[in-house]
Design a protein around this ligand. Structure first.
Ligand code: CO
Ligand code: CO
Ligand code: CO
Length: 319
């Protein structure tokens, strides 16, 4: 993309951030993001809800509030497996999730496409200067993760019919959970940086944070929440291509301790759909943040590692 020179563009393309931030005036800034993808679950209503929770997550990762959204729809004109009623269900699931988050879906656009896809372009608002970016993590910060990892591997198992019903419902409830409460809590406490964990996995997104913030990080594997079922699927070779791509993407940044298994490396690189927030908070506020997250009903608030002074982008992973 060509470089943009606009003094009102507070967050653009440079920091690999979750959303763009555009200053309207001294009071308010717009926050803009878009996300859409093919279904990862069979039920169209659930897919719509996941797509909406995932799209708005980038607004929450910036410490902002969603205002309105537009639908992006790709759907086959005529297909025996995909009646138009499935699209109605996708839109219903999305609208219900948006209503839960407190924003309306005010329009959209549809393109005829053999493979269905759905998502949202979301516009949010934030007080000018109060947005959270990838670029402001500080040495000494603790890293808090608000959802367990493993949705990518489990979605792959699901497609092959290998996931148990209770595993499917667990992973569905994780992916449809909004990052709203977690975002509101971190904004109230005051944290240094935040991103959400999505397609690049925990280590891929942490790489963006450490590069943009010009710091290093340490991840303690034992403290990273991973859905239990994931280990069996990895052992059986049920791993999406994205895990290997992510592993390759972080190869130059990550220093693996000898005690970290190949299976664990794949888990830490699992691409997430609608994953949790990865919050960089100063050590003196970490306990208060975790307590407030629990009190707000956020089930996971795991202390997965810390930010260190060191070469920009470097991440060491220890057992
Ligand atoms: Co994001
Ligand atoms: Co995104
Ligand atoms: Co149009």
């Amino acid at each position: 993309m060509p470089e943009i020179h606009d003094p009102n563009l507070l967050v653009g393309l440079n920091t690999g951030d979750d959303a763009a931030v555009y200053r309207l005036n001294d009071e308010l800034s717009l926050v803009e993001t878009v996300d859409f993808f093919p279904p990862m679950v069979d039920d169209p209503y659930t897919f719509g809800a996941i797509a909406a929770a995932n799209a708005v997550s980038d607004i929450y990762a910036m410490g902002a509030c969603p205002l309105i959204a537009l639908s992006l729809v790709c759907f086959p004109r005529e297909s025996p497996d995909l009646p138009l009623s499935a699209l109605v269900e996708i839109l219903k699931g999305s609208a219900d999730k948006a209503a839960e988050a407190g924003f309306p879906i005010v329009g959209g656009h549809t393109v005829a496409d053999k493979e269905p896809k759905y998502g949202l372009a979301v516009t949010g608002l934030v007080r000018t200067g109060k947005h959270l970016t990838n670029a402001t993590a500080r040495p000494g910060d603790q890293l808090i993760l608000t959802k367990p990892l493993g949705t990518g591997i489990i979605a792959t198992a699901l497609k092959s019919g290998l996931a148990r019903p209770e595993t499917i419902s667990k992973v569905t409830s994780i992916m449809t959970t909004l990052n709203k409460a977690a975002s509101e809590v971190m904004v109230a406490i005051g944290v240094n940086a935040c991103t959400d964990v999505t397609g690049f996995g925990l280590l891929g997104h942490l790489t963006e944070v450490t590069q943009a913030s010009r710091v290093s990080a340490e991840i303690r594997l034992a403290q990273v929440p991973v859905l239990e079922e994931v280990w069996g699927f990895i052992a059986d070779g049920i791993v999406p291509g994205g895990n290997y791509r992510n592993l390759k993407y972080v190869a130059n940044c990550v220093v693996w301790d000898e005690g970290v298994s190949e299976d664990a490396k794949l888990a830490l690189c699992d691409p997430q759909t609608s994953g949790g927030l990865l919050i960089s908070v100063s050590a003196d506020k970490a306990a208060a943040l975790k307590e407030a997250l629990k009190a707000a009903g956020v089930e996971t608030a795991a202390d997965v590692g810390r930010i260190l002074a060191g070469p920009a982008g470097r991440i060491s992973v220890v057992p």
